[in-house]
Design a binder for this molecule. Structure first.
Ligand code: HSE
Length: 427
């Protein structure tokens, strides 16, 4: 019997592409034994074919369309990132009858529903395990083993760069601006760190996970997003004293027949399983109605872990092709109805600078209490005796809109000179 082959066209040969190539080479025998298929990289599309690389130059081309239109290629691995030209090429590949494996979270977060429907209608595979959580299997478990559950809450540390920065701030007692250059020097944070530190990357990833868990695409415009630039070492210290760590979380939860999706720095109890996911590691915790609590963690970025997810997807493609299967794209519809952050009920951390005078504390507590915000814990210190003090509160549960009104009233009514930080608390 002729050897079964899967001929790949790769779009992009950066960190993940070169890792995937190496893994397919290094583990070729075992992958072939598991799938009965020899997976071969036929062509690789790059921006600059002349750049020195570890492979023979003939395999590279700058004509990416020629790969996607090549009748000899049956599967495309898209590792360019972004939506343009990646989106057009993925769509063209599917229309040309090719399976697609992609690591593109932005593309899937913006156009996932349409692309997965297209793949399904063509009886093709469209896999994107590497788009979220690097090497950690998250998407396949959500689509399959956990799919019988109603997901009641999902929280993830989904960005290694920000987790590295927050962990360093916590461990070294350093500020964001001091740690960022180190993260850049180590190759975690990019020269323009916006995508990571302002929460865009986490927003794409939690949107993809929410879309799978709740069966309809969450529009990224509906996701509440805050990054980590405003977190200071002072907040880190108070968090520690109060029994918490600060993590940038992507969170989603059903609210009736809607879903609320948010990305923001969060006070997380030190005992929570996500609290010990440190450095560039990622983690996802979820609570399903039957399975209960489940926790995933591992390396969320980088060449080898992300290659592991890409190659896992290719093995799925090979198995599906071997049985001439109908494709394993699991479609989800667009337009998930979403719930605003303003109706959230949460606890909050707040750090304020205020006058160090009699009655001030009482007035602050009264102003907050009048908006339905009750104080659950407090730390305070004098900065300049009889002049200036710093007060930190942890509130009881309050709605976001009441809390925002209470914060506004502090500066407007009771001599609070500055609200340094407000951070949501998850218990
Ligand atoms: N920039 C991402 C991170 C890796 O820092 O986690 C790619 O998803």
């Amino acid at each position: 019997m002729a050897e079964r082959r899967l001929r790949l066209g790769m779009l992009g040969y950066g960190t993940v592409g070169s890792g995937a190539y190496r893994m397919l080479e290094d583990n070729q025998a075992s992958i072939q034994a598991k799938t009965g298929t020899r997976i071969e990289v036929a062509r690789i599309g790059v921006k600059d074919a002349q750049k020195p690389r570890d492979l023979s130059p003939e395999i590279f081309t700058t004509d990416l369309d020629s790969i996607v239109n090549d009748p000899e290629i049956d599967t495309i691995v898209e590792l360019i990132g972004g939506t343009d030209p990646a989106g057009r090429l993925v769509e063209l590949a599917l229309n040309n009858g090719k399976n697609v494996v992609t690591a593109n979270k932005e593309l899937m977060a913006k156009h996932g529903s349409r692309l997965v429907h297209l793949a399904k209608s063509k009886r093709l595979d469209l896999h994107y395990e590497a788009a979220v959580g690097g090497g950690i299997p998250l998407i396949q478990p959500l689509k399959h083993q956990l799919a019988g559950n109603d997901v009641l809450k999902m929280m993830g540390i989904l960005n290694g760069t920000t987790n590295f920065i927050l962990t360093a701030m916590q461990q070294d007692g350093a500020d964001f601006a001091e740690v960022l250059p180190d993260a850049q020097a180590k190759g975690y944070a990019e020269a323009d760190p916006t995508n990571d530190v302002d929460g865009f990357d986490t927003m794409y990833k939690i949107s993809v996970l929410a879309s799978i868990a709740f069966g309809r695409q969450v529009a990224i415009e509906e996701v509440h997003r805050e990054g980590i630039r405003s977190i200071s070492k002072v907040d880190m210290k108070y968090a520690d004293v109060l029994g918490y760590v600060i993590k940038l979380l992507g969170i989603c939860e059903p609210v009736g027949d809607r879903v609320r999706v948010r990305v923001h720095p969060t006070f997380l109890p030190k005992t929570h399983p996500l609290a010990s996911v440190n450095g560039v590691y990622n983690g996802l915790w979820l609570h399903g109605d039957f399975v209960g609590d489940v926790m995933f963690s591992g390396r969320g970025a980088g060449s080898d872990p992300t290659a592991s997810a890409v190659v896992g997807d290719l093995i799925d493609v090979a198995r599906n092709m071997a049985i001439d299967g109908p494709g394993s794209a699991l479609p989800y519809d667009p337009d998930m109805p979403t719930e605003s952050i303003t109706t959230l009920r949460s606890r909050y951390y707040i750090r304020i600078r205020t006058l160090d005078r009699p009655l001030v504390l009482g007035k602050i507590a009264t102003a907050m209490g009048q908006r339905g915000v009750s104080i659950a814990a407090m730390e305070m210190k004098t900065i300049v005796p009889h002049e200036e003090g710093e007060i930190v509160f942890l509130t009881d549960y309050a709605t976001e809109s009441d809390f925002r009104e209470a914060v506004a009233s502090l500066t407007a009514e009771v001599g609070v000179s500055k609200v340094h930080a407000t951070i949501r608390v998850e218990d």
